[in-house]
Ligand binder design. Sequence first.
Ligand SMILES: C[S@@+](CC[C@H](N)C(=O)[O-])C[C@H]1O[C@@H](n2cnc3c(N)ncnc32)[C@H](O)[C@@H]1O
Length: 276
Amino acid sequence: MGTDSSASHYPLGSTDAEHERLIRQAAWVAPYTERFFREAGIGPGQRVLDLGSGVGDVAMLAARLVGPSGEVLGVEGDSRSVVRARARVAEAGLHNVSFIQSDVCQVPDNQLFDAAVGRYILMFLPDPVAVLRALSQVVRPGGVVAFQESSFASFLRLSAPLPLWAAGASLMIETFQRSGANTEMGPALYQIFQEAGLPAPTVHVDTLLGADQWMAGVLRSLHWQMRKFNLALEPLGALDTLPQRLQAEVAASNAVTPLPLIFGAWARRPTDVASR
Ligand SMILES: C[S@@+](CC[C@H](N)C(=O)[O-])C[C@H]1O[C@@H](n2cnc3c(N)ncnc32)[C@H](O)[C@@H]1O
């Protein structure tokens, strides 16, 4: 499996603060990912491949679903994140999860999985169709491919009445896009699965409100990239006081401040294809 590496362009970085942010985000989104995985048929005894594991939250969630008779292999490109993910797995006492440090474009092709999953990873890949196509080859016929990805369009629209939120949302989207990320990967999943040779996926969308802390955390992690791109950061003011100012702006209005929409898409690899 070989396509261009994008790990080096990953805009959120791998600082301790970003790891903590991912853990907070994962705790918030976990019930929606768990419901999505259960609906897709992930359950006891299965072997699951998790792409773009970060500090391990999706892999650990899947590990609990597959139980001690199943196992999860996480693939993550960043070495610091892999170290943190392994430490967290050990701390959680889970014995059925392991991680390899690798670009997701180089997924191990010497084993078959019952499911391949990922959350917030395809948006960062230069050729998600090629990765999905290659991935579907390491999923057994009848096995599951399931991904959760975002859409930032309504997030930007709903932020419009709030000047600080609107400035933050536009800077966030511009930074992601300039770094090569697809901020509309969620709605693209339906098409991308089919371009990769998978059946039309079942898709649903979740909206979570109350994104104040999330917004400030992502902007903090993206700050180095925004400076690299010479974006005008004055509208954000001091990062240290950004969470309080974002909260105050929401509190003074009737606006809602959602997380970017979460699209979940899953499909089964057709059973009438020859296994590798
Ligand atoms: C937004 S985080 C999501 C982490 C995890 N899936 C979650 O939802 O908590 C994306 C992760 O993908 C990793 N990543 C990005 N591009 C990658 C690539 N081409 N190969 C391997 N990992 C990659 C990043 O290092 C980061 O840890």
